[in-house]
Write a protein that binds this ligand. Structure first.
Ligand SMILES: [Zn+2]
Length: 399
């Protein structure tokens, strides 16, 4: 039983125009200023009533219904990964060219298409109903997602206190009900520098690290029947001084990427590594090592500093959670056949669901394999379907 699509030809062409306009504005993380101002102006043109840019530079645009109700938040990040291989692109990364049903450009798939679709869906719904709906529809165009998932989204939660969140990251038009989280852990060993012609005068920090890495690799990782394995993988290593030039290294630092499962905390994720260090130190006098979560800072386009521990928790809702069920139902009404799945990467859902506990689902056009690639593109058919989908989700949740 499929309903008539809320998109006619005129609205489809408006949606493509909107998306092209966003793709043509470069917006790597930390440089989303022009993009944010454009989104603010577009939201105003589309009829959003309350539009704010917060300290981090997120744009939040809301439309209220005539009747009281709950707040639905649609979230899309404005930032993209940078283009480092422009010569390799067949289509200009900031051209927004449309060829054979595909819109090309950096951010087309991840995730300016979803942002355009959300903005238009909210505006169309409000106009079609003449404001006769319950609660509030908000679209958050967030910053810095590619470097700090969910950190800038904190101020969005504080500002509007959403009751439901729909993340627009690519799901191939399926419904996502969770994701693994992510943490970065640094392990450091400290020895004593000496000339390499008399190594016994020093203590080689790399040998201790080599032993530690071997033991850390043996650590069992937790498993989840839905989300899979909680991974612990070495991603880089460096010794000091570097280069060594006849010096026994006094320090060695290795970074580990942890993929987290639901319920894991900063403390519980760190505990097995600390125990491994303690055991080695008790077996071998002279070993000095530490493990900690990485803390990082970056400047937002507003000049505001964003600073956080790189720990982004996992989240997962039951497949019969009311929001999961209602979202699927809404999508079927516009002719989609969504299956229920989960993200294999990290999203702003770490904040909304993982930290704040707000019921959250993911629904977006395109597939995650297309994100961050050369000649990134978005299928126009999926762009249209996502917009109809957001429209129907809004309708279902504000009735
Ligand atoms: Zn993304």
């Amino acid at each position: 039983m499929s309903q008539v699509s809320p998109l006619n030809e005129q609205r489809k062409s408006k949606l493509v125009q909107l998306c092209r306009r966003l793709v043509r504005i470069p917006s790597p993380s930390g440089q989303e200023g022009e993009m944010a101002r454009t989104v603010r102006d577009l939201a105003a043109e589309l009829g959003y009533q309350q539009i704010d840019i917060d300290a981090f530079g997120n744009v939040v645009a809301c439309i209220s219904g005539n009747r009281p109700g709950r707040t639905l938040l649609l979230d899309a990040h404005m930032d993209t990964v940078p283009v480092t291989d422009e010569d390799e692109w067949e289509y200009s990364p900031f051209g927004g060219e449309v060829v054979s049903g595909r819109l090309y450009g950096r951010g087309s798939s991840d995730m300016k298409g979803a942002l355009a679709a959300m903005l238009l869906a909210g505006a169309m719904f409000s106009r079609d109903t003449n404001g006769e709906f319950c609660g509030e529809i908000c679209v958050a165009a967030t910053v810095m997602e590619e470097v700090f998932e969910g950190v800038a989204a904190r101020s969005v939660v504080q500002a509007i206190e959403p009751d439901w969140v729909v993340i627009g990251e690519s799901t191939g038009l399926d419904v996502s009900r969770g994701q693994r989280g992510r943490a970065e852990i640094v392990v450091e060993t400290e020895g004593k520098a000496a000339h390499s012609s008399s190594p016994e005068a020093g203590h080689n920090a790399v040998y201790d690290m080599a032993e530690l890495i071997g033991r850390i690799r043996q650590l069992p990782c937790p498993e989840d029947p839905v989300l899979g394995r909680g991974i612990l993988e070495l991603t880089d290593i460096i010794s000091r001084p570097y280069p060594g030039a006849s010096v026994i290294p006094h320090t060695c630092r290795a970074t580990f990427d942890r993929r987290l499962l639901v319920g894991e905390t900063p403390e519980s994720a760190l505990a097995p590594l600390l125990q491994t260090i303690d055991r080695l130190a008790s077996e071998r006098p002279g070993v000095s090592a530490s493990a900690r979560h990485v803390r990082a800072a970056s400047d937002c386009w507003t000049g505001h500093k964003i600073e956080a521990v790189r720990f982004f928790p996992a989240w997962l809702f039951d497949s019969d959670h009311p929001l999961v069920v209602q979202t699927q139902r809404a999508l079927r009404k516009v002719g989609l056949q969504p299956s229920v799945s989960h993200y294999s990467f990290c999203t702003n859902g770490s904040r909304y669901a993982g930290i704040e506990g707000v019921p959250t689902v993911g629904f977006g056009p395109s597939r995650e394999e297309v994100a961050h690639t050369t000649d990134e593109y978005l299928l126009l058919d999926e762009l249209y379907s996502s917009c109809s989908g957001y429209y129907s989700i809004i309708k279902t949740l504000t009735e």
